[in-house]
Design a protein around this ligand. Structure first.
Ligand SMILES: Cc1cc2nc3c(=O)[nH]c(=O)nc-3n(C[C@H](O)[C@H](O)[C@H](O)COP(=O)(O)OP(=O)(O)OC[C@H]3O[C@@H](n4cnc5c(N)ncnc54)[C@H](O)[C@@H]3O)c2cc1C
Length: 224
């Protein structure tokens, strides 16, 4: 440590964030955004409309608030590249902003999230309702390899729209949070999610009567 104190540890995990390298863009006279990325419009054009920027070096806008965002992910970079590529000759695709979809695995436990947490949604000024569902990722729960699965969905109370979701459980969580992201991006409400048609299979998914997204939405609806 700066103080000279030494700490013994089995592992050290750095959580130091990233800073865009905008040196080249600055030399070219391009505008830099509030979060230090190269400023871009929703078509991924920089302040010189003949120059596009995507990925970690480009400024991001939050999907929910429209405010500058510090999120930087490979999945965001590739979506931005598909938008920029489509717009090179005429404007075809617009960027809706970053939702933020993450998952990670520690031992056998997988945790993931998409969009806003309850706390960040409240801090951003949204009145929210929450639905939480605990189930297993196969059915019945006595199936070999069945793993407990917990899902929490956060809805905007006024519009009913999904703002975010978190999940923890087994390996199904990685794709489950991607489904949550798709529900958010398409603006689905708790009512629509409660009646959405999913496919289930005993060896592959939760039971249709205890399907986590649907049941969490039903639980949230009761509070709206
Ligand atoms: C430890 C770690 C884990 C991560 N895990 C995930 C994950 O699980 N999922 C996820 O979605 N994202 C993850 N990310 C984030 C992801 O890696 C980045 O968002 C992604 O790589 C950004 O892609 P990019 O092409 O914009 O930038 P980069 O991958 O940084 O590529 C930029 C390239 O440009 C080159 N370059 C820079 N300046 C110049 C120059 N002047 N001339 C020529 N070349 C230049 C660099 O050398 C580099 O090769 C992780 C990042 C880290 C650090």
């Amino acid at each position: 440590l700066d103080s000279g104190e030494e700490l013994r540890a089995d592992a050290v995990i750095f959580g130091i964030g990233v800073r865009p390298n905008t040196e080249l863009a600055q030399k070219a006279g391009l505008k830099i955004g509030e979060k230090r990325g190269i400023w871009v419009d929703r078509y991924m054009r920089t302040s010189d409309e003949n120059v596009f920027a995507v990925g970690d070096c480009a400024e991001k806008t939050d999907f929910f608030t429209g405010q500058p965002s510090a999120l930087r992910l490979a999945s965001i970079a590739t979506a931005e590249a598909r938008i920029a590529g489509a717009n090179l000759f005429k404007l075809k695709r617009a960027n809706k902003g970053v939702i933020g979809v993450f998952a990670t695995k520690v031992g056998d436990l997988v945790v993931g999230m998409a969009g806003m947490r309850e706390k960040t949604a409240r801090e951003a000024g949204f009145d929210v309702v929450v639905g939480t569902m605990e189930t297993v990722d196969k059915h019945p729960g006595s199936m070999p390899g069945a793993t407990p699965l917990k899902v929490k969905l956060v809805f905007h109370k006024d519009s009913g729209k999904l703002l975010g979701g978190q999940a923890c459980g087994g390996v199904t969580v990685g794709e489950l949070v991607n489904v949550i992201a798709a529900l958010i991006q398409s603006g689905m409400t708790a009512d629509e999610i409660a009646t959405f048609q999913m496919g289930t299979h005993p060896a592959l998914t939760a039971s249709p009567i205890a399907y986590p997204l649907v049941n969490a939405a039903e639980i949230a609806l009761k509070q709206m």
